[in-house]
Design a protein around this ligand. Structure first.
Ligand code: NOJ
Length: 766
């Protein structure tokens, strides 16, 4: 063993010296290390690096690790097991290349943050970055060094269960949140023990997923086909991936869906033309679980060997539990279907990732008894949950605590004391026993006298047996807190719904509670926007809280009591009815925008064909959502002043040529009695151009604290590049794509939500 080790290091050194003397490799030390190691590897060992296996162990898999046939494992989370397997790779394999342990750590490892759609509702990228950093610090102790997160798929359809894992419908918001998450995960320690030129990351490698277009699945059904024109793909779906790449995301994951007929694992246009050639991305592209072999049911390949070729051609470097490269690479090499040099390039990316994670120096879990739930971690989870709650309605009942009197409340609903459910989807490692539920939090607070009657035992409960008890208990209280929504299992992967109402007998329960005449505050803990129009009408106040994680209970208590003023804003439009989806604020206007729609019951019997007008809406609900993107109330009120725009001449960074620049300023006054955070949002609309453009587009936002009575001026910068979009020009049968800004007039708003009820100003791009 010792002789083998010495031989290995002598070999590495020899190759490194050779490389340095001959100048045959790239000059930087990291590339030299990678090339030196690559030069020692057999073809089988190289393919091993491309092979990612599920971590349930058996003797065969251990033998594969020993033989250098496995590069990474997913789903090993016990540090002892990580170390045991890593020892096999380090000490018993020929070259001792460390394994990379990967896991879906989506919104917290042990200390669970709100689900990502809830994090997006904070509109606070600094906080989201802090949460990701906390997550990485908890996770890396175990030896896991890559998380399959962030998911930056744009979701415009509330039926799609996976929207819970992303940042909503807007490209810009998702770009900002995705990049913040990447930065948070991939932290570097200042006093890095290892050579700085390796650009060492001490945190978790991020994986931006699912590349690309996955969120546009037809009918919001998971894994379903997506049809996205190239210009829409480039304007809406790809920028968040580019933002993550620019923030340094070390890996990306292929999506399951067929995009315009071509699944991502075989999509050379996406993976090579765009990712590698246009964006110069040198990270690692990982398949989704078996997405390579899925090329067979997709109807692209006749068998696995063909599937392996298509994945290789599309430069998918790591095959997650697909066993394609593992089984067929050698045969394909023998046949001449794959090329050694190209495999080398793919493996180089993987080795670079491992070097940059410092795995060769520190391959093991830092401790076998990790510490979780530090006060700092819990505070981060608490703050994020507080800021993720969106106040949708308030008739004045909130905040509940106004003076020294004890408030008598009834706590009810299936989510009031549901430790597991409040954690949300994708919490492999989260421990419900650490959750603090709303019931627990309120019971511990002496300002409240609490009666508890759940009414329903879980969100899908249709029995309604307990509703009567809850109604009875409501008779003696000052206010009802109704914690309703969805159980965690109803959103996330493959959890798509055709009906997005509150499930079970929850609507009935709201009706019965409202009949008591007591003010009912509805707190919705769900993984998606729900169609709750009827219930909102009956409620005295509505707080949309998503699944808030470990600290959901204390967070909701602080907002409801008034210790914290709500500051969340919707990252997704809330439709009135499921038939309206896909529904999103940045739609095109159509040639026949709805004016005053005549609804179904207003249409006279026997009405002639054209008498009810010719505009774009649904007969049952018109064209408006229940709540708009960006919407969110506060306990205070804010007044927006006139937008003030100053134009100047600046320079383009790359070319040095002159360009227009706009400083957009707006003064916002807190006219209420609470100090509070506000989210001014910058929207634009292009008034004419080569193509029809969205009615509004978010181009910037801030999250700022404004004290009661104070005014704060926010400033945004706009350049023509911010207004550019992808154009398509056809020459015969060939289309040409280019991104440019149309010379045109643009309307500009600074507003509290996407309705943009504030006055706009016009700018002109020459
Ligand atoms: C399938 C999911 O689509 C993906 O998001 C996840 O990271 C992998 N499985 C690994 O669990």
């Amino acid at each position: 063993m010792i002789v083998r080790k010495i031989l290995k290091y002598v070999l590495i050194l020899a190759v490194a010296v050779f490389a340095a003397c001959t100048g045959k490799t790239a000059a930087d030390p990291l590339s030299q290390k990678v090339d030196s190691l690559l030069a020692l590897m057999t073809f089988e060992e190289k393919i091993g690096q491309m092979n990612q296996l599920e971590g349930w162990m058996n003797a065969d898999k251990e033998a594969q690790i020993r033989a250098g046939q496995v590069g990474s494992l997913l789903n090993v989370a016990d540090p002892k097991e990580v170390n045991r397997l890593q020892r096999i790779a380090m000490e018993e394999s020929r070259l001792g290349i460390p394994l990379l342990f990967c896991r879906d750590v989506i919104h917290g490892f042990k200390t669970i943050l709100p689900i990502p759609i809830g994090q997006a509702a904070t509109w606070n990228p600094q906080l989201v970055e802090q949460g990701a950093r906390m997550t990485a610090e908890e996770t890396v102790q175990t030896g896991i060094r890559l998380t399959f997160s962030p998911m930056v798929d744009i979701a415009r359809d509330a039926r799609w269960g996976r929207l819970a894992e992303g940042y909503g419908e807007d490209t810009y918001l998702t770009e900002v949140m995705g990049a913040a998450t990447v930065r948070g995960y991939q932290f570097s320690c200042a006093n890095n023990p290892i050579n700085d030129s390796d650009q060492i990351i001490n945190g978790l490698a991020a994986c931006a997923k699912h590349f690309a277009g996955y969120g546009a699945s037809e009918s919001g059904r998971d894994y379903n086909t997506t049809w996205i024109p190239e210009i829409l793909l480039r304007d809406v779906y790809l920028p968040p991936f580019k933002a993550c790449a620019e923030a340094g995301a070390m890996t990306m994951m292929c999506s399951f869906n067929a995009l315009n007929g071509l699944p991502s694992s075989a999509n050379q246009h996406l993976n090579i033309d765009i990712l590698r050639n246009e964006w110069n991305y040198d990270g690692v592209l990982i398949s989704d679980w078996g997405s390579g072999s899925d090329l067979i049911p997709h109807g692209l390949c006749a068998d696995k060997q063909e599937a392996a070729i298509r994945c290789y051609q599309a430069q998918m470097e790591i095959d997650m539990e697909g066993h394609l490269y593992e089984k067929y690479a050698q045969q394909l090499l023998d046949k001449g279907a794959i090329d050694r040099k190209r495999i080398d390039d793919m493996v180089r990316n993987i080795l670079r990732l491992k070097f940059r994670l410092g795995l060769f120096n520190q391959p093991y879990a830092t401790t076998e008894t990790p510490e979780y739930y530090s006060q700092k971690a819990l505070d981060t989870a608490l703050k994020t949950a507080q800021e993720s709650a969106v106040l949708l309605k308030n008739n004045g009942i909130l905040p509940l605590v106004n003076n020294d009197n004890k408030v008598n409340i009834l706590i009810c609903g299936p989510l009031a004391d549901a430790k597991k459910e409040q954690l949300g989807t994708w919490i492999f490692d989260g421990e419900p026993e650490h959750s603090v539920t709303p019931l627990m939090a309120f019971k511990q607070d002496s300002r409240f006298s609490v009666a508890y009657e759940p009414g329903l035992t879980y969100s899908r409960d249709t029995s309604g047996e307990g509703i009567e008890r809850a109604v009875k208990a409501a008779k003696n209280v000052d206010a009802i807190l109704y914690f309703c929504g969805e159980e965690a299992i109803l959103s996330g992967e493959a959890r798509c719904r055709a009906d997005i109402n509150l499930p079970g007998a929850q609507c009935r329960m709201m009706e019965e509670l409202a009949k008591t005449g007591k003010p009912a505050v509805m707190i919705v803990m769900a993984g998606r926007p729900l169609t709750i129009g009827n219930e909102v009408e009956k409620a005295a106040a509505v707080l949309y809280a998503y699944h808030g994680g470990t600290m959901a209970g204390p967070a909701l208590l602080s907002v409801i009591a008034g210790d914290v003023v709500p500051s969340g804003h919707l990252p997704m439009t809330m439709p009135q009815m499921v038939g309206q989806v896909p529904m999103y604020y940045n739609r095109l206007n159509t040639g026949r925008p709805a004016t005053t729609p005549m609804l179904i019951n207003d249409i006279p019997i026997g009405c002639p064909q054209f008498s009810i007008g010719q505009s774009s809406y649904h007969l049952e609900v018109g064209d408006q959502p229940l709540f708009h993107f960006g919407y969110g109330l506060s306990y205070t009120t804010f007044e927006y002043g006139e937008v003030d725009i100053v134009e100047s001449v600046g320079k383009n960074h790359d070319s040095g040529t002159e360009r227009q620049e706009f400083s957009v300023k707006c003064s916002i006054t807190n006219t209420g009695k609470y100090d509070a955070m506000e989210v001014p949002q910058l929207y634009v609309h292009q008034m004419s151009g080569e193509l029809a453009r969205p009615v509004k587009e978010l181009k910037g936002f801030r999250k700022i604290m404004i004290k009661s009575g104070e005014s704060v001026t926010v400033e945004f910068k706009l350049t023509p590049d911010d207004l550019a979009y992808w154009h398509e020009k056809w020459k015969g049968k060939t289309a040409e794509y280019y991104r440019t800004t149309d010379p045109a007039d643009y309307e500009v708003w600074v507003a509290p939500d996407s309705r943009c009820l504030t006055r706009s100003k016009k700018i002109t791009i020459h």
